[in-house]
Ligand binder design. Structure first.
Ligand code: IMP
Length: 188
């Protein structure tokens, strides 16, 4: 069975491949098909997008929408994560966080996978909690907010961890694992 992953982000494809690689009987193929991203929660964005894509290609397809949420900033940048990363970037975020210390620097990544086939739409969610670092720290791994996010149980930022290490605990991993369990049951 072939399942399409609609994304233009090669980082996401690599992470998804690592997580879904042992799924027997299923072949994942990336397609770069744009879909309208409405304003709303991640769940609403994923559901609208996946319905749109399925109506176009009529084949099993999934999308993954994610965001970075800083608790003391009431969830900012959240669903605006891409725009904020492209505008003020990590320097801007660290400036906004200047006065906050310790637990006030709590943040999380959330991922929602939206899947659609002839049985309809399913959503799967994953969260990884941690903190905003004091400074940008990277060993060249990762992208976007990875260099300012330290996951719980770690001293390193996501951008100081290898792709495999990040893929073991990431929000995307958690949402894709749920998706994988669903697919396994479906194949039985
Ligand atoms: P998207 O709409 O799911 O592509 O994600 C929105 C934005 O969230 C991305 O453009 C990134 O700025 C940010 N983001 C999502 N996942 C990650 C991640 O794993 N690391 C760093 N930034 C991320």
């Amino acid at each position: 069975m072939k399942i399409y992953f609609a994304t233009g982000n090669p980082n996401k494809v690599k992470e998804a491949e690592i997580i879904l690689k042992d799924l027997e009987g299923i072949k994942i193929e990336a397609i770069n098909l744009p879909y309208p991203e409405i304003q709303g929660t991640l769940e609403e964005v994923a559901e609208f997008g996946i319905k749109y894509l399925y109506s176009k290609i009529k084949k099993p397809v999934f999308v993954e929408d994610s965001g970075f949420f800083i608790e003391v900033l009431k969830g900012f940048p959240g669903t605006y994560s891409r725009y904020v990363q492209e505008t003020i970037g990590n320097e801007g975020i660290l400036k906004l966080m200047e006065d906050f210390k310790g637990e006030e620097r709590r943040a999380y990544f959330k991922s929602v996978v939206g899947y659609c086939d002839e049985d309809g739409v399913k959503l799967f969610k994953g969260v990884v909690r941690g903190w905003v670092s004091q400074e940008i720290r990277s060993k060249g791994y990762g992208f976007a907010y990875d260099s300012i996010f330290i996951p719980e149980g770690e001293n390193r930022t996501f951008a100081e961890m290898t792709r495999e290490e990040k893929s073991r605990i990431s929000h995307r991993k958690r949402a894709l694992e749920e998706f994988k369990e669903y697919l396994k049951k479906k194949l039985k």
